[in-house]
Design a protein around this ligand. Structure first.
Ligand code: ADP
Ligand code: ASP
Ligand code: MG
Length: 815
């Protein structure tokens, strides 16, 4: 004997029912079979809603019942041959007449008892089982439709009735002794109490009906046919890369389902486990897929010590605290009695070893009753101040990692909480059963999706880690960066196991999101068609999305964009910036950003702030981390100024050389930031700060060469003014040339002081042979006292800057 149970989606319509029929036909060729079915998908919810509407006198229930009737009639018409439809059509109509009468009664009385509710929902399973029986009959199967209410006996706790196994097993055994058919069709979910009132065994309870029959008949197997290929490592609706678990123990399956894996109704396992009947979870829509075999002994799955991750939402945490609890026996007994009296189910318990507090997680819906009941039970202690009133926190979820083997594996909880911590997920309470089959954590519901994905990646995705990038700025550098990412996607996945998603993209006008990753072939068109939005909208959405491994990339030079980093870091979103404004803002803000980065485990990286793609800041950090000390820095840090002074020799005007630099993309959007020395001041300040020096812009001496008149007006005014000032620039050049020197704009830092300015560079200087837009940095340190550590190369340009940003991004993602 085999028991096959098909869920709501498997019997949702005629097309799906035909798939069920195929599977059933194959089964009855080999074995006697009990077929248990759920209501057509969505029907149970619809019936409950209709009942609720009727009970408040809302006539919408009539229309709802009409629609439901039509759905069932349509199914019959599509499923059965025309000549054989009429009996079943009238059976359906008959049932709906009865159902309508009941609902009319509810509407009239404005009263919906648990008993009536169960009557109403029972029609779902009655109808589905009758329709599928009719179809099987047309195929000449030797079958009998069995009213589960005649066999499954429960108490009268309507909605969630408890099964009387003794009576039920006896009934089923007797019935099957008296009948000899190849196939029995049974409506799931429904049963009856001693008085023959219809009851139901809890939402999702058709699985349980299957298990009850399997156990009573000592079936060879209970097959649960559903819409996914087995129990998965996590809910596939939450985790894209969830994988089917081929083999799992009863204990683990029970643990996963108790902690929210909806795929199996939790009480289902117990009856089959006690008879050692294997449960096979299979996919109606992919019957060839192996699915999940739930058995006593763990056979396969290698050395995985975690089997799956599940979660329960709508959790409230109650904490009872006070000195009155310490060392007093019977305290928890009274607490749990108070909860039991109100039939409140306890999902998780933690007690601190000081016995100063005890915490229980329960369903949100019970929070108020539970608090009242506990406060009442401890009335005396509350009044005398030995205890504080129960604290209730809502909006929480429980996430559990489950695996029988983890008891022999140290470090699982370390790994779990490490991963959560790195992603800024705050854990409110923790429980690990003494059997060590699961570790569960209570956390904010807002973090639950992220937490499950983080944990899944940590424990199951040995293949790759997903990085979610949010890029602000699609100008010169942004454009190059996107092209570089596009080109490297495959390499990063293959070589670094990083799966890069550009999840968000923003320019100054539009914002675009796609959690599956924006198509980088088409980003321009997609962004042009995207919704308008500011940087603040962009950040708001990033925070709301709350995705794991998020990296915000600022490839703008914009002050407003630089102003949002705090909001991101405090949500554990890493920040990578080529924008220098934040790192060169007040020292206080610089420090604050660094400390947020540490506090929330979110890297804040800005390598390209100095020397574009050259490894300047990283090298400096490495020197300091390894114990070196910086005594002096000498540097040419402006690609723009270097380009300008390398190209200017008085033949073409100074203004036109500057314009050329701007056109070639080496300058800041406002070239005065380069020409006036501000950009170089920022850079040397950032280096000094990274070397450990507290420094502000006002502390830096700027020996500027640009006449003050150049700073008035727009960028165009600036060019015009420079033309007028050509003699000034010519004089600067001639003076240097007369001494066989070149002009370089040099930044220096020594003894805590920094200065920038134009210098005459003689031929013997390191800076003399510095061409094009190159930068040069000399670090004089304890370990490099005379011969400095030298970093030299192109210090401007979109391509090299983008590649520096890219490297930072990868660094941030691999933390
Ligand atoms: P049925 O109607 O067949 O009883 P359910 O909707 O009750 O089906 O259960 C199947 C659904 O359970 C899947 O579609 C899936 O979305 C959800 N689910 C939640 N957790 C898991 C998990 N760990 N593995 C597989 N499915 C899961
Ligand atoms: N139809 C019932 C429900 O939706 C039982 C089941 O599908 O298992 O809860
Ligand atoms: Mg189900």
């Amino acid at each position: 004997m085999k028991v096959l149970k098909f869920g709501g989606s498997s019997v949702a319509n005629a097309a799906n029912m035909n798939k069920v029929i195929e599977i059933v036909q194959e089964s009855i060729q080999k074995d006697k079979t009990v077929l248990v079915v759920s209501a057509l998908g969505g029907v149970t919810d619809a019936l409950l809603q209709a009942g609720a509407q009727a009970s408040v006198g809302n006539d919408a229930y009539k229309e709802a019942l009409k629609e439901l009737e039509q759905k069932h009639l349509d199914t019959v018409r599509a499923l059965l041959p025309i000549q054989q439809q009429s009996a079943t059509l009238s059976l359906v109509k008959q049932h709906f007449n009865e159902l309508e009468n009941i609902c009319d009664g509810v509407s009239l009385l404005r009263e919906l008892s648990g008993r009536t509710k169960d009557r109403i929902v029972s029609f779902g399973e009655l109808l589905s089982s009758l329709i599928i029986s009719a179809k099987l009959q047309t195929l000449h199967a030797d079958l009998q439709w069995v009213d589960a209410r005649q066999l499954v006996v429960t108490d009268s706790a309507f909605g969630n009735a408890a099964v009387d196994f003794e009576a039920t097993n006896e009934n089923i055994a007797a019935y099957f002794r008296a009948n000899q058919h190849q196939l029995y069709v049974v409506p799931g979910f429904i049963a009856a109490d001693q008085q023959k009132n219809t009851t139901t065994v809890g939402r999702g309870g058709s699985d349980y009906t299957g298990a009850i029959f399997a156990a009573a008949l000592n079936a060879a197997v209970l097959e649960i046919w559903t819409d996914v290929s087995g129990m998965m490592t996590a809910d596939p609706r939450v985790v894209q890369n969830a994988k089917p678990i081929n083999h799992i123990s009863y204990q683990e399956a029970m643990e996963l389902s108790h902690f929210g894996a909806k795929i199996i109704y939790p009480p289902t396992i117990q009856p089959v486990m006690s008879r050692n009947i294997p449960v096979w979870v299979k996919n109606t829509f992919a019957p060839k897929a192996y699915g999940t075999l739930i058995e006593q002994v763990l056979t396969a799955n290698g050395n995985d010590f975690i089997r799956g991750i599940s979660s329960i939402n709508n959790i409230a945490l109650l904490s009872l605290e006070g000195t009155g609890m310490v060392g007093v026996p019977g305290f928890s007994k009274r607490l749990f009695e108070a909860l039991a009296n109100e039939q409140v189910n306890v999902i998780l318990i933690t007690q601190s070893s000081s016995e100063h507090s005890i915490c229980v997680a329960i369903n949100d819906a019970n929070a108020i009753v539970a608090k009242r009941s506990i406060d009442q039970a401890f009335n005396h202690e509350l009044r005398s101040g030995l205890l504080e009133p129960v604290k209730v926190e809502q909006g929480l979820s429980v996430v559990a990692v489950v695996g029988e083997k983890m008891k022999s594996q140290p470090g699982v909880s370390g790994k779990m909480f490490g991963a959560l911590g790195r992603n800024g997920i705050n854990v409110r309470a923790i429980a690990q059963g003494s059997s060590e089959k699961n570790i569960s954590a209570v956390l904010s519901s807002a973090d639950v999706k992220k937490a499950i994905n983080v944990l899944h990646e940590e424990f199951f995705e040995t293949t790759y880690k997903q990085l979610n990038l949010f890029i602000a700025g699609t100008g010169n550098v942004g454009g190059k960066l996107l092209a570089q990412i596009h080109k490297q996607l495959v390499y990063l996945k293959d070589q670094l196991r990083l799966q890069i998603h550009v999840t968000g993209l923003a320019n100054s006008k539009k914002i675009l999101f796609n959690e599956d990753g924006i198509d980088l072939e088409n980003w321009k068109v997609l962004l042009a068609d995207a919704a308008p939005g500011s940087i603040h909208d962009f950040v708001k959405r990033i925070r709301e999305k709350n995705l794991r491994n998020s990296v915000f990339v600022d490839v703008t030079a914009n002050e407003e964009v630089a102003g949002v980093y705090e909001q991101l870091l405090e949500k554990s979103v890493a920040v990578v910036a080529c924008n220098k404004i934040a790192a060169s803002s007040s020292y206080e803000r610089y420090l604050h950003l660094k400390s947020l980065s540490r506090q929330y485990n979110a890297p804040f990286l800005f390598e390209t702030n100095v020397g574009a793609g050259l490894p300047v800041i990283g090298t400096l950090n490495d020197l300091l981390r390894s114990g070196d000390q910086v005594n002096r820095i000498q540097a040419v840090l402006s690609g723009t100024l270097n380009f300008v002074f390398n190209h200017y020799n008085g033949t073409k005007s100074f203004a036109s050389v500057v314009r050329q630099a701007q056109e070639e993309g080496y300058t800041e959007p406002d070239p005065r930031l380069d020409l006036g020395g501000t950009d170089v001041m920022r850079k040397i300040m950032i280096l000094a700060r990274e070397a450990g020096q507290q420094l502000e812009m006002k502390d830096i001496t700027n020996n500027a060469f640009l006449p003050a008149s150049c700073f008035n007006g727009s960028v165009e005014d600036f060019y015009n003014e420079m033309e007028k000032q050509e003699p000034h620039f010519k004089a600067l050049y001639n003076e240097a040339a007369s001494r066989n020197c070149k002009l370089k704009f040099v930044a220096s830092y020594e003894h805590g002081k920094a200065a920038v300015g134009l210098q005459h560079i003689p031929a013997e200087s390191d800076f003399y042979h510095l061409y094009g837009k190159d930068n040069l940095v000399l670090f004089f340190t304890e370990r490099y006292p005379e011969q400095p550590l030298v970093i030299k190369g192109a210090g401007a340009g979109a391509d090299v800057t983008a590649s520096g940003v890219f490297a930072d991004m990868i660094r941030a993602g691999r933390v």
